[in-house]
Design a protein around this ligand. Structure first.
Ligand code: CUA
Length: 313
């Protein structure tokens, strides 16, 4: 199908399967609908006004025939329901070993941050044959990341993380689009997905201008924005310690509990007084207006790197 002009490239096994799903469903629907229209035409001609045809009701009804033309199409369509559900579940659940790239959308560009620290705008380099998870959020309004060649699309929301994943297996350059109207230059919010052979990707990564990984960048921001003044190990301020926070269960003011995942840590930086940790005063200033989402990303990566809480001494 990729030979058709106007049809997007297929850059992953998932994309090829989506095309098979849609193509074969199209064939099935045509096969099911065609006899209806053929018979309509025949009956229009046969029983048209002025035509002397036998219009008396038929004497015998064939219950098996009438049942089968409902049940057989139903079962055939049901197969597609299970096929499509399976694909939906695959697309919703990234593999655990996927490489994570952070995406921050803003009017009107895409910003990407690689775990090794490389940053890019609009163009996204990824290695072929590697599962890649995009963790996405928006600096302003709702956007939607759309890669036609991968047959994937997901809304990108302010103050919330959404994700997408893919495993592009064909090196090449594929368009990235914004699929949610987001203002004047929505149509200019375009980028390129550059799928490279792993060795080329490694070379690109090595050549990119970074001196520190994402977590290391977060550590520097942690000091620069004064976070360490309160959350540091020897701080006199009564603030929650962050060592081992990530992934642990946190008790909140009011008796509720939550798990310290990326969303929780993001919210605690941006809107700290929404959910205050039990036993602490709501004294942390909200950083949502002071720092951008692209700085929250390395901060979250840094806190994540402090690791899960270890039990015992
Ligand atoms: Cu961003 Cu449309």
């Amino acid at each position: 199908m990729s030979g058709l002009p106007l049809w997007p490239d297929q850059a992953s096994a998932y994309a090829r399967e989506v095309d098979w799903l849609i193509g074969s469903f199209g064939v099935l629907v045509t096969l099911l609908a065609a006899p209806v229209f053929v018979l309509m035409l025949l009956f229009m001609l046969r029983y048209r006004k002025g035509r002397r045809a036998d219009r008396s009701p038929p004497e015998d009804r064939n219950v098996w025939l009438e049942t089968s033309w409902s049940v057989i199409p139903f079962l055939l369509v049901l197969c597609f329901f299970f096929w499509a559900t399976r694909m939906f579940l695959i697309e919703r659940n990234p593999p655990a070993d996927a490489m994570t790239i952070a995406v921050v959308a803003k009017q009107w560009m895409w910003k990407y941050q690689h775990p090794e620290g490389a940053r890019e705008i609009n163009d996204l380099h990824v290695p072929a044959g590697t599962p890649v998870r995009l963790t996405m959020t928006s600096q302003d309004v709702i956007h939607s990341l759309y890669v036609p060649a991968l047959r994937i699309k997901q809304d990108v929301l302010p103050r919330q993380y959404t994700q997408l994943w893919f495993n592009a297996d064909r090196p090449g350059v594929y368009p990235i689009r914004c699929a949610e109207y987001c203002g004047t230059d929505h149509s200019e919010m375009i980028g390129r997905l550059i799928v490279q052979r792993p060795q080329d990707y490694a070379r690109w990564l090595a050549a990119s201008d970074t001196d520190a990984g994402l977590a290391e960048q977060g550590k520097r921001l942690f000091v620069r924005y004064g976070c360490s003044g309160c959350h540091g190990p020897s701080s006199p301020v009564h603030a929650p310690k962050l060592d081992g926070l990530y992934g642990s269960v946190v008790g909140l003011e009011g008796g509720r509990v939550t798990r310290a995942d990326a969303q929780y840590i993001h919210d605690s930086i941006v809107l700290p007084n929404k959910d205050v940790t039990a036993g602490y005063a709501p004294i942390m200033p909200p950083y949502g207006n002071l720092i951008g989402e692209d700085e929250v990303v390395p901060l979250v990566a840094y806190i994540k790197s402090l690791g899960p809480r270890r039990e015992g001494p």
